[in-house]
Ligand binder design. Structure first.
Ligand code: BMA
Length: 835
């Protein structure tokens, strides 16, 4: 018989077993969705509020301290030959019982579990129970058993194989939820494909695919064969009665290679593997089929030392890729809700922001296949952390065995995705060992070195040799010659995380770094106004009102926001202005950082900004907030991540223009340089011929008469090459003579909504339409636009609301930096160019 899958999705209930609970919860069977969690079930049943609102986080803390039981009944009409109950994911420590028989005790959210239920199942109705332990108590108990290991945040998440951020993070709600977070099903089968692991690479123009196929059999009575179809060709291999494991090698001549976006098409091939019963040649039967899309590419991480130190350069198909990436966290604190549409929207936003890489951060999860499928299709590279973050981890059992099992399963599942180019041992654990004082607190205990330097690289080499491996992020490669135990965050070597700038300094201090590769750096801002006011009902709403504080998790977050704002803008005492100022400052920080890092090419080969997304409505470093709305930072990314970019940067003796050309065409022409005053008058100008080859960069010194201001507070530099423009302001916003914005606006209807044309009479900096204030579902195609007097721009607004000019151009909605600059506040002594 052909494998039959039946989802066990219906009829689930949830029962509180133990722990303190509000009145009305004990003894009540609550209908529960599977996949799902306790929090989402209780909310759907009307028992609790939405946990993301106001201070529901602490009001619902009892949930994570309780024990719970999921239960359902399902029917079976047949009990064989093979009969399995499969859980794609249980969160986390559980006892699974079928008709009273214990099937197992899972304890790892990052694994799937398969139980042979032939002995426990019966014809007709079957009772399935999943008891879930309190993760808060389990983590505490296990931490004592394994021995204390240092970690960030209050709970010892490092003692349990559960999504670390489920216990809260510096952007994350502490839910400590439990549940059955991925689908459950019954599988009936005779023989099945238990694993299909593609290893695809390229030699010359030849695609080489090795398909590692494992089969499981309910009995040994049958002769089996596999057939593999790719690119219109079918290959068959015999397994006979005894072989359960086979490698089918396929050569694809003139292969179409998979390229990341900006370098070519992300060509994909459909691969179909069929398991066939060939016992009776006259009537062969297909027993199981697996369809997958794969791609052919090579990956190499170049860490060959050079005169600047040790690079960290990602090469795909032999070509150096300038990485413009973002870090990815679980898109929802209840990750079962992140279905294909959510991934598609978010990855669409990543594309909008000009990104070509997403790094799946180690305090989250291995995402579902949809994520990697979409990245494959859209040519977005993926760096996937193994699931370790900001902590020391015991290398003893039971953690040791769980880690190996989960890593093997994840690498096997993900191996076929061409987008996955780097598997990475952990987030910040190598660096943290010294940086955060782990060594002395460990007092000789294991901390995870064996995972990062031994187990995980061995697993990658064995199961996915076509994927790169790094032991950690940040990471100093051994080729640096700095020995076995370097500090791992040295800007001259490998990848680094730049966090001192946000935590202790000003964003202009990004310019003190000339990194080889920046795998994290970021700046905070509140979410979009509509998101914020949906989640926080404080009256008055202020940066430090009760709900706001619950939705700001960073250590001293508000102080850092203020400290980071003041060098550039004054602190507004109006909430709406505060919100805009902080969003603008975040965007300015990120465009400053990336503009500078990119201008350091080829020494710096990439940036991965922290962070693309959020898991709930919160003030954080994200470009897209927890309701999926873009913050201005998303537009800053789009601008500064252009394939062809002009940016003006300070140089030791003045200013220079960096011209970056990440395309296959030359970019030659006249670079027009002007110094203007805020009224638009040209004070000095020059044209310099530039010739920038494909995939290269050129830096041009800006002549002194243009790069030196006579009145810094009212002058700027404009550089333009073929219409691609860069601006340089000699003074900070707050020290400048930026007058209130004067403009003429017009609105017209277009099929998707409106076009708003704004014509500037004065200099307008960072014109941004906060569309969510008038249409929470609206979207604008651009933001942060600076207009010189007389210039105009047209914004395309996607909206189905009735909106008019007055609404769209009201000062609270149509924002500019001008609004934040008191026109009398001129302090020319504050220099922009730092010594
Ligand atoms: C790094 C990340 C995350 C964290 C971020 C912001 O440590 O790896 O753990 O959320 O910085 O603090």
């Amino acid at each position: 018989m052909r494998l039959r899958r039946t989802d066990v999705r219906d009829g689930w209930t949830l029962l509180h077993l133990e722990g303190t609970a509000p009145v009305g919860v004990g003894g009540v069977r609550v209908p529960a969705e599977v996949p799902g969690t306790v929090h989402t079930a209780l909310h759907a049943a009307g028992i609790t509020e939405d946990p993301y609102l106001d201070d529901q986080e602490s009001a619902q803390a009892w949930i994570g301290r309780s024990r719970w039981r999921y239960r359902t009944d399902f029917d079976l009409d047949d009990l064989g030959p093979g009969l399995d109950l499969v859980f794609d994911g249980i969160d986390t420590v559980a006892t699974v019982r079928l008709n009273g028989h214990e099937l197992g005790r899972p304890e790892n959210m990052h694994r799937s579990y398969r139980y042979d239920i032939r002995a426990a199942a019966r014809r007709g109705s079957n009772a399935l129970e999943v008891d879930l332990e309190s993760p808060v108590r389990e983590a505490d108990r296990r931490s004592l058993e394994l021995g204390y290991r240092p970690h960030v945040n209050p709970h010892p998440f490092n003692a349990l194989r559960k999504m670390a951020s489920s216990f809260g993070w510096d952007w994350g709600i502490d839910t400590a939820s439990v549940g059955i977070w991925r689908p459950v099903r019954v599988e009936r089968w005779t023989a099945r494909l238990s694993d299909v692991r593609p290893v695809a690479t390229v030699e010359g123009s030849l695609g080489l695919l090795a398909l590692h196929i494992d089969v499981a059999r309910a009995d040994r009575d049958r002769r089996l064969a596999v057939s593999v179809t790719i690119g219109g060709r079918t290959i068959r291999a015999d397994l006979g009665r005894d072989t359960d494991r086979i490698v089918v090698d396929v050569e694809v001549p003139d292969v179409r290679m998979w390229w990341p976006r900006g370098h070519g098409d992300p060509a994909l091939y459909d691969v179909t593997v069929a398991l066939i019963d060939v016992s009776d040649p006259a009537s062969e039967t297909v027993l199981d089929v697996r369809d997958q899309r794969i791609g052919f590419r090579t990956v190499h991480l170049d860490t060959t030392p050079d005169e600047h130190g040790t690079p960290f350069t990602v090469q795909v198909n032999g070509r150096r890729i300038e990485v413009r990436g973002a870090n990815w966290i679980p898109d929802d604190a209840f990750p079962h809700r992140v279905i294909r549409d959510r991934y598609a929207a978010r990855i669409g936003q990543a594309k909008f922001a000009g990104l070509n890489l997403l790094r799946v951060w180690g305090g989250g999860i291995y995402e579902s296949d949809d994520f990697y499928d979409l990245c494959d299709e859209r040519g977005i590279l993926v760096m996937q952390d193994f699931l370790f973050a900001c902590a020391a981890y015991a290398e003893e059992e039971p953690l040791r065995g769980e880690v190996e099992a989960e890593a093997r399963e994840a690498v096997t599942r993900l191996a076929g995705h061409p987008s996955l180019v780097i598997l990475n041992g952990n987030n910040e654990n190598l660096w943290g060992l010294h940086e955060w004082g782990y060594v002395s607190r460990l007092d000789g205990a294991t901390w995870g070195a064996w995972y990062y330097h031994d187990l995980l690289p061995r697993i990658v080499e064995e199961l996915a040799p076509h994927i790169g491996y790094t032991p950690g992020s940040p990471f100093t490669p051994a080729s640096s010659g700095l020995g076995d135990d370097p500090d791992h965050n040295d800007p001259r070597h490998g990848s680094i995380h730049i966090w001192d700038v946000w935590n202790e300094k000003d964003y202009l201090d990004y310019l003190d770094y000339t990194p080889r590769f920046v795998a994290e750096f970021g700046w905070q801002a509140p979410p979009a106004w509509a998101t914020l006011t949906r989640a926080v009902s404080d009256d008055p709403l202020t940066p430090e009102s009760p709900g706001m504080v619950v939705h700001q998790k960073a250590i001293n977050g508000n102080d850092k926001l203020t400290d980071g704002l003041l060098p550039h803008l004054r602190l507004p005492n109006d909430m709406s202005d505060w919100h805009w100022a902080m969003q603008l400052n975040q965007a300015a920080a990120i465009r400053t950082g990336i503009g500078w890092f990119r201008s350091r090419a080829p020494i710096c080969s990439g940036t991965i900004v922290w962070q693309l997304n959020d898991c709930w409505p919160v003030t954080s470093w994200s470009a897209v907030d927890g309701d999926g709305r873009a913050k201005p930072m998303l537009y800053a990314l789009r601008h500064v991540n252009r394939e062809q970019l002009v940016t003006i940067q300070p140089a030791p003796d003045g200013l220079e223009a960096a011209i970056l050309n990440d395309t296959d065409q030359r970019w030659d022409g006249e670079l027009l340089l002007e110094r203007r005053d805020y009224e638009g008058a040209i004070l000095a100008e020059a044209a310099i011929a530039v010739a920038v080859g494909p995939r290269s960069a050129q830096r041009v010194r800006i002549p002194d008469e243009i790069g030196t201001a006579s009145s810094p507070e009212r002058e700027l530099v404009v550089a333009a090459l073929h219409g691609v423009r860069a601006l340089w302001f000699f003074a900070e916003y707050r020290d400048s003579a930026l007058a209130s914005a004067s403009f003429r606006a017009e609105v017209s209807r277009i099929p998707e909504g409106y076009e708003l044309t704004v014509q500037a009479r004065t200099l307008i900096r960072d014109l941004t339409l906060l569309i969510d204030k008038v249409d929470p579902a609206g979207f604008v195609d651009d933001a942060l636009i600076t207009l010189l007097p007389g210039e105009q721009t047209t914004l395309r607004i996607h909206s189905t609301e009735e909106l008019d000019l007055e609404t769209l151009s009201s000062p609270d909605v149509l924002r500019s930096a001008n609004q934040l600059v008191p026109s009398v506040q001129v302090m020319p002594e504050r220099p922009h160019v730092r010594a």
